[in-house]
Design a protein around this ligand. Structure first.
Ligand code: GUN
Length: 283
């Protein structure tokens, strides 16, 4: 079997066009969705992610502001800044780019962001709501993955999903969202014994490990849907995922490439959450 490639760029493009129309309408009603992104330090990876976020926001018509500080910006200053945006009704989304420098508590920062403007979906209140199936901001990568699986018409209900990786940002929430869609979910991670015994029986395999070519084609079930969340930079500068793509695409029914798979959808879901947050203001 040769897999159909799930074209994240194309799916994202369609969604961005629909969002742009919604934003156009909101602007007619006098409301411009706005996002502030806060960066502490100069990590090249963070700067590159933020560039993508700005591009998507501009494409859709969402206002975008970057607050960029040097690596010695204090936690106290950061918490005060977040608080000022919590109280600024012009801004609907607040995103603090992670990772933060070691002297700043990620927990304190995430908890300072108003759950009503938490377009990352990282605040414990939003995480809890997602867990019990209440309406909330959903974390962008997991929400994008669910949309991608649905967009190719693959069944989720009753299927066995195996998630490899248990981060708070991707692994745990993507399993939860797919459980909410009536999948049967198994979580695997770095301490899982006999990992391939699990991956080999996955109808839907989510690889979110962060290690190049970690998942081998031999460990994938024939006809599986394979979602590769990994973004790994090789010595030659090229990006690759967690799955050995060339061989895996001969086994899977659907597979996401890296780059051009999950990444564009993650950014699009951030725009979706920002528009949703603005619309909530009208309620
Ligand atoms: N760093 C890497 N991914 C993310 C993300 O989804 N949100 C934030 N805030 N920082 C990140």
């Amino acid at each position: 079997m040769t897999a159909t490639i799930i074209d994240g760029k194309q799916i994202a493009k369609q969604k961005r066009e629909a969002l742009a129309k919604e934003v156009e309408q909101l602007k007619l009603e006098g409301l411009t969705p706005k996002l502030v992104v806060i960066l502490v330090g100069d990590s090249p990876a963070s700067l590159s992610y933020i560039k993508g976020k700005r591009k998507a926001a501009e494409e859709i018509g969402i206002g975008f502001k970057l607050e960029h500080f040097s690596g010695d910006y204090s936690e106290k200053e950061l918490l005060q800044l977040i608080n000022s945006y919590n109280n600024n009704s012009e801004f609907h989304g607040i995103l603090v780019q992670l990772p933060l420098p070691k002297h700043i508590s990620e927990k304190a920062v995430i908890e300072e962001i108003s759950p009503l403007k938490d377009v990352d979906g990282f605040h414990p209140l939003n995480v809890g709501k997602m867990m019990i199936g209440q309406e909330s901001f959903l974390p962008c990568t997991p929400a994008g993955i669910v949309e991608m699986i649905k967009s190719v018409g693959a069944e989720i209900k009753g299927k066995h999903v195996v998630v490899v990786g248990r981060s708070n940002i991707v692994g745990k929430p993507v399993g939860q969202l797919l459980l909410n869609e009536d999948a049967t979910v198994t979580y695997c991670h770095s301490k899982t014994a006999n990992l391939s015994e699990f991956t080999k029986v996955a109808d839907i395999l989510i690889a979110a490990v962060g290690r190049a070519d970690f998942i081998k084609a031999d460990d994938i079930k024939n006809g599986a849907v394979v979602i590769d969340v990994g973004v790994n930079r090789l010595d030659n500068g090229k990006l690759c995922g967690d799955v050995e793509f060339e061989k895996a695409k001969e086994v899977a029914s659907f597979i996401t490439p890296v780059p051009g798979g999950v990444g564009p959808m993650t950014i699009t879901m951030l725009a979706h959450n920002t528009v949703q947050s603005a619309k909530n203001q009208l309620k």
